[in-house]
Unconditional design. Structure first.
Lengths: 250, 317
């Protein structure tokens, strides 16, 4: 079974966000694989190790820089990559169309992706890709078993966890608690340089949404800070909670 | 045009508060507000929905809707949208809401704003405010569409008390067997006496300073005195003291309670992103230089192991 993993290159989660000319500045920002997608890459490699996946293909839509995200996934153990050149201003719709077009050409048995990107936080793209491909999907999984043409997924759900079964091919999106992504070995990094990465242009579609303004949240100002004996600290904190925040104690 | 719709979040006959928040907010606009309710044996909930502003309640009651099912729910609402032509449909930004809205948006070839914290909706257009980079930046997004689609973060709007007529409308069932492509084999409800982290009015979180299970137990004890939810930083989740579902921050949950109490949390940028929009923030940390104090309304430089028991004592006085 051919497994495709969609990866997005995002800012490091420790990055401080600044604006330049009204846009999010990329200056000095360390770029990483979206942490949720990294888990999907690990999941795909584990499926290959179990003999379920025959080939793991990494697909990313983005700028030329996204090649680094693909190379990282290849160093982890994916077999080859596809870089879809797309403006980073593409919205979830345009991104999903670009990814689905490239995925369809590969005729995969399974498509994996992170359930959300750490940058835009939209959590739309995997589900949209599934709809375009006409595949079933399951979101926010923490475990998967594939057998008899079915994917049985453990998922996080509202108020608990559910086990959902779908036929494959399907689009499955990962929660970060699914697995612990491996660090690429030195050997893996060397091998990744030789693995093939195809370059394709994104399907030409217009965005369905438009960002009209970026801003930064109002800076929080530090309030009261008490440095005193612990009983004084506790008493003052309790007083603030009860009389300023006006909480109710059970 | 049939006004604005709110898709009802309910499980086992309990409507989530975010549904009432959305109804109340839309009711302020003066347009006709409708609730869209899917489930089995749920018609009785229409009264509650009317109480918070629903002029109409569209009820699709069938076995196929007993548990959330993407394909069935999307097929049903797609047919209803075509028939009744709402100008806007809002969903809760929950696991189900964002799943359903994303699949629906693509089916309609439409845009979608997810996890919005504010909305300005006019005919055929919505301008939604979204927190991006988990709240480190804010984007205003314009979504044109017929209908305009968005998911709304729980807790950003207040529940009002303006009632609507609550007229029950029963649309035709529009689900085919092919739509039921997901089969729910089992569901394990989280057994907790504590409120849901995403909706709690008070959150008590523990970080690296908790040092282990003992520290987390203190955090839980304080939470229980306050009727609060328990959360944690990435450090306490990575250390295995708390499950990932408790993580607050950029790769966890974004919370905005009335009061957030950070215990032994230094305040890494990715954690601050998840909690700094809280209305009131308290911090307990031994390190006077900890960045958490820069966003705290009230901080105490002290050891949580000594402070929390004394604090509980003071609160119970």
């Amino acid at each position: 079974m051919k497994v495709i993993v969609c990866v997005k290159q995002t800012f490091d989660t420790e990055a401080k966000i600044e604006l330049k000319d009204g846009k999010i500045s990329e200056q000095g920002i360390n770029l990483i694989i979206n942490p949720y997608d990294e888990v999907a890459v690990e999941g795909a490699i584990q499926l290959k190790e179990k003999g379920v996946a025959s080939e793991v293909i990494v697909v990313s839509a983005g700028s030329d820089k996204a090649i680094d995200a693909i190379r990282t996934a290849l160093a982890m153990g994916a077999d080859r990559g596809i870089l879809i050149k797309q403006d980073t201003g593409a919205d979830e719709y345009a991104r999903a169309v670009a990814l689905a077009t490239a995925i369809k050409a590969e005729n995969p048995g399974l498509v994996l992706a992170g359930h959300v990107a750490a940058d835009d936080g939209a959590s739309q793209v995997p589900t949209r890709v599934a709809e375009i491909l006409g595949f079933p999907h399951v979101n926010v999984i923490t475990g998967i078993e594939i057998a008899d043409g079915k994917a049985t997924c453990t998922t996080e759900a509202d108020g608990g966890s559910a086990v959902i079964e779908v036929a494959v091919p399907a689009v499955i999106s990962s929660q970060v608690s699914w697995n612990e992504p491996r660090y690429p070995s030195m050997k893996g990094i060397m091998q990744a340089k030789k693995k093939p990465v195809a370059n394709v242009d994104a399907a030409a579609v217009e965005n369905k949404t438009k960002i009209i303004e970026f801003s930064l949240p109002a800076a929080k100002t530090a309030g009261i800070k008490i440095e005193d004996e612990v009983d004084v600290c506790a008493a003052k904190l309790a007083d603030w909670m009860l009389n300023t925040v006006k909480i109710q104690v059970k | 045009m049939a006004g604005t719709w709110v898709f009802v979040e309910q499980k086992d006959g309990n409507i989530r508060k975010v549904t009432f928040e959305m109804l109340s907010e839309l009711k302020k606009g003066g347009d006709e507000v409708s609730a869209v309710l899917f489930g089995k044996g749920v018609e009785g909930l229409a009264t509650d929905l009317a109480k918070y502003g629903a002029d109409k309640v569209y009820v699709a009651d069938d076995d196929v809707f007993a548990a959330y099912n993407t394909g069935a729910y999307v097929a049903q609402i797609t047919a209803m949208i075509k028939e009744y032509k709402p100008n806007c449909v809002l969903f809760a930004h929950s696991f189900n809401g964002r799943d359903m809205a994303s699949r629906l948006a693509q089916k309609l070839d439409a845009g979608l704003a997810t996890d919005a914290v504010a909305a300005e909706i006019t005919a055929g257009k919505g301008i939604f405010t979204r927190a991006i980079y988990a709240g480190k930046a804010i984007a205003k997004v314009e979504v044109a569409g017929d209908p305009v689609l968005a998911t709304i973060r729980p807790g950003v709007w207040d529940v009002g008390d303006t009632a609507g007529a609550g007229e029950v409308v029963k649309p035709a069932l529009a689900v085919t067997p092919a739509d039921v492509y997901q089969v729910q084999k089992s569901f394990a409800a989280t057994v907790s006496a504590r409120p849901d982290l995403a909706e709690a009015a008070i959150v008590v979180s523990g970080g690296r300073g908790c040092k282990g299970a003992e520290g987390i137990t203190l955090v839980e004890q304080l939470a229980d005195v306050l009727g609060a939810a328990v959360g944690g930083s990435r450090a306490s989740v990575d250390s295995g003291w708390l499950g990932h579902e408790y993580q607050v921050g950029q790769t966890g949950k974004v919370v905005l309670p009335n009061l957030y109490i950070a215990c032994g949390i230094s305040g890494a940028i990715q954690h601050l992103a998840g909690m700094s929009s809280s209305k009131n923030i308290a911090a307990i940390n031994t390190d006077t230089e900890a960045p958490i104090f820069n966003v705290s309304d009230f901080g105490v430089v002290s050891d949580l192991f000594k402070t929390i028991p004394l604090l509980i004592g003071e609160l119970k006085k």
